[in-house]
Design a binder for this molecule. Structure first.
Ligand code: UD1
Length: 358
């Protein structure tokens, strides 16, 4: 059997590593197609090196563009790959444009699709990721689910329950596997970070694309910096607008280039609190026990609110929420989402092998 993994953007790499590892030695041929959606060394290569991902068999070099242009280029490149390689299954991850492009191309070629991280819903169709999630699940033969409520979402959308499998969270497999590599003291020294800091990341189009919104956000981040140092590794999207809005005009704001996976999670682990609009970071802080303030009106990961450290905040609520998090006693052991135990990769491999009839 030939399996093709389609990876495009930073969070895909973190989710795919344990799946590829678990499938190795099960008698299947694995092909890694990198679409090139993310192409900067710090956004891509560093992750392959650090996570021990196999070198991609091919990089389609699609790069950036409008949604239509990027998705069209992704589909054209993937169609040629799938046609020549005739895989028995295409495996897609998460909710990025590479995910939906691969699922759509595979479905039209009658190639089965497995979607890792199926069924998450923000119910906010203004998010490009929500569009990608819904459509990918409709096209997938295997919906591999990280969180129990996702099963209900899929059922409500008419996805046959036999296609749905609760397998746990492969992003957490990667986190737990690398725990002893996250050395906060080393990352502090390497990047000149203060002892106590709030780690921030911002890249959602809704927060950083519009200059006025970005300026309002920067004002709130400066409010946070009045309470504690703010360390912010800046994603290429939004870098220009955030800096134009004066992000680094505060003496306690430390703007960094994007970090690799190991340094980034080490910095998260050592933070007094996290301020973010990322999806995956809501999950990672849940397992690390670091308070997380998510600057979004909704989340597709509500289990991080009920079982984790996450809280949704508006711009206005951010500064008081950070103050409260900084003043709070470190939380005692809290509940963890079911099956976020480091074994999602092997469970996914089992479901895939059964699907292939082995
Ligand atoms: C994508 C995902 C988002 C995910 C994020 C993680 C979609 C629709 N969005 O957003 O869900 O949370 O990845 O990082 O797929 N750029 C670079 N170098 C790179 C990649 C991007 O400079 O290696 C810049 C370019 O200016 C580009 C912009 O970032 O136009 C946006 O890149 P794009 O791939 O469209 O989406 P992301 O914002 O990265």
């Amino acid at each position: 059997h030939v399996l093709v993994h389609v990876l495009g953007a930073r969070p895909n790499f973190v989710k795919a590593a344990p799946v590829i590892r678990a499938l190795a030695g099960r008698g299947v041929e694995q092909v890694v197609v990198h679409t090139g959606q993310h192409y900067d060394r710090a956004m891509s290569e560093v992750f392959f090196d650090e996570l021990g991902l196999p070198e991609p068999d091919v990089n389609l070099g699609v790069g950036s563009g409008s949604h239509a242009r990027q998705t069209a280029a992704l589909m054209t490149g993937l169609e040629a790959e799938f046609t020549t390689r005739s895989p028995d299954l295409v495996i897609v991850y998460g909710d990025v444009n590479s995910t939906i492009a691969a699922a759509l191309v595979a479905a039209k070629l009658h190639i089965p699709v497995a979607h890792v991280e199926a069924g998450l819903r923000s119910f906010d169709m203004t998010m490009p990721e929500e569009v990608n999630r819904r459509l990918t699940d409709q096209l997938s033969d295997l919906c591999l689910v990280t969180s129990p409520e996702a099963i209900g979402h899929l059922a409500a959308e008419g996805v046959d329950v036999h296609r749905t499998h609760l397998v746990g969270n492969p992003m957490i497999d990667t986190l737990l596997r690398n725990l002893d590599r996250f050395d906060t003291a080393r990352v502090r020294a390497a990047h000149g970070l203060p002892d106590r800091y709030v780690l921030a990341t911002m890249h959602r189009p809704a927060n950083v694309d519009d200059p006025e919104t970005a300026a309002a956000l920067v004002q709130q981040l400066h409010g946070v910096a009045d309470l504690a140092d703010v360390v912010i590794p800046v994603h290429p999207r939004g870098r220009a607008t955030l800096l134009a809005a004066g992000l680094d005009d505060h003496p306690r704001v430390h703007v960094l280039d994007p970090l690799g996976y190991i340094d980034f999670i080490a910095a998260v682990r050592g933070a007094a609190a996290v301020v973010t609009d990322s999806g995956g970071l809501q999950e990672e802080t849940t397992i690390l026990g670091v308070p997380c303030l998510t600057v979004r009106p909704n989340t597709e990961r509500p289990i991080t609110l009920t079982h984790g450290t996450n809280r949704l905040v508006t711009f206005e609520e951010l500064v008081p929420a950070v103050r409260k998090a900084l003043d709070a006693e470190p939380a005692a052991e809290h509940r963890k989402p079911p099956l976020w135990d480091g074994q999602a990769g092997p469970r996914i491999a089992d479901v895939i092998m059964e699907f292939l009839g082995d």
